[in-house]
Design a binder for this molecule. Structure first.
Ligand SMILES: Cc1ncc(C[n+]2csc(CCOP(=O)(O)OP(=O)(O)O)c2C)c(N)n1
Length: 346
């Protein structure tokens, strides 16, 4: 990781040539960090609103919030280029927003409305966007890892220079299909960035109790997969590590494994009583390590003033409220829609 950090610093220096070094924060300049702050805050406010609507009985079924983990997806997405692809688990609303999907369509889907991304028939865990190269949204733990390797395979087969990013949790990381995917991706040098979002808990089981491997970034080592661990509460650090990973993949070096150490503030899903950890543990992370507060402090030191933060906050609040209003005023799908978008084998 030290080597990776040094490489990033050199690359950042090259990119920032002529700029004041004080205007850079971990390879992100002021404008990039401000954008990242905006994107993280949009996810946070969207998820808070989704939590409220769930409490009001407007969202049915499962709902896994991403609050606390925003720096992971925003940092990685900021290192991607046009046409790069993203696939993830059921904890997916943040990934959708980061790829540029419309908050209105996502909220409408959460509330089961016809205007949602899956016409109100998929819900929280099942949304896709071909336009934004977002491939879901998968409720089966680990399933997206082999699908993500498949996305990378299709890019390799077509001979383009696109990279597929496959996100999964530390709980999923010891599944057999994950290691099968590592093997094939390494064997064929597939352009896949595997991102382990290590939020410390798989449902109510801590990573210490579930995993014999304590440095998950080394889990691809038997197949020669390069890996790095990164602080997932620091968006600039995630961005810097992701730039290295994406560049390595795009250069044809095969897959890359990033373990991003993060934390979720809310329960596993909305029905989690949270008995496996203390309130103090959560509060400590929130007050000392929060990714949005951390970015805000860096931006303040780069000269961003209160009025600018307020302008961003107000615009996001409005956008999220508009998404909630749009969802609530949209119709539910017609009963006849039960017979569309499905495969019926006779
Ligand atoms: C194959 C399979 N086994 C079990 C489950 C039940 N389940 C849902 S989420 C989860 C924990 C996964 O934890 P992790 O991969 O760390 O992701 P996180 O929820 O922390 O984002 C489990 C066991 C499932 N959905 N699919």
């Amino acid at each position: 990781m030290a080597q990776a950090a040094a490489q990033t610093a050199t690359e950042a220096k090259k990119r920032g040539k002529g700029r004041d070094a004080a205007q850079m924060a971990g390879g992100m300049d002021r404008a990039a960090l401000l954008r990242a702050y905006h994107d993280m805050l949009l996810i946070r406010r969207f998820e808070e609103k989704a939590g409220q609507l769930y409490g009001m009985g407007l969202i049915g079924g499962f709902c896994h919030l991403y609050i606390g983990q925003e720096a992971v997806v925003v940092g990685v997405q900021s290192a991607l280029g046009q046409g790069d692809e993203v696939i993830t688990s059921y904890r997916d609303h943040g990934h959708m927003l980061a790829t540029g999907m419309d908050p209105k369509g996502v909220m409408a889907e959460l509330t089961g409305r016809a205007t949602g991304y899956s016409h109100g028939k998929g819900g929280s865990m099942h949304m896709f966007s071909k336009e934004k190269n977002f491939f879901g949204g998968h409720g089966i733990v680990g399933a997206q890892v082999s699908l993500g390797a498949g996305l990378a395979f299709s890019n390799w087969y077509r001979g383009n220079d696109r990279v597929a990013v496959t996100y999964f949790g530390e709980g999923a990381s010891n599944q057999g299909q994950v290691f099968e995917s590592f093997n094939l991706a390494a064997l064929m040098k597939l352009p896949c960035v595997f991102v382990i979002e290590n939020n410390k808990y798989g449902m109510g089981t801590s990573v210490e109790r579930a995993s014999a491997s304590h440095d998950l970034s080394k889990n691809g080592a038997p197949w020669g997969i390069a890996g790095a661990q990164v602080d997932g509460m620091d968006v600039a650090a995630v961005h810097a590590a992701a730039e290295i990973a994406v560049a390595a993949c795009r250069a044809g070096n095969g897959p890359y494994l990033l373990e991003v150490k993060t934390y979720r503030y809310r329960g596993h899903s909305m029905s989690d009583p949270g008995k496996y950890r203390t309130r103090e543990e959560i509060q400590k992370m929130r007050s000392e390590r929060d990714c949005i507060e951390g970015a805000r402090h860096k931006l303040e030191s780069l000269g961003v003033e209160e009025a600018e933060f307020k302008r961003i906050d107000d615009a996001i609040k409005l956008r999220v409220q508009e998404a909630a209003d749009f969802a609530q005023s949209s119709p539910e799908p017609d009963a006849a829609a039960l017979w569309t978008d499905i495969l019926v084998e006779g």
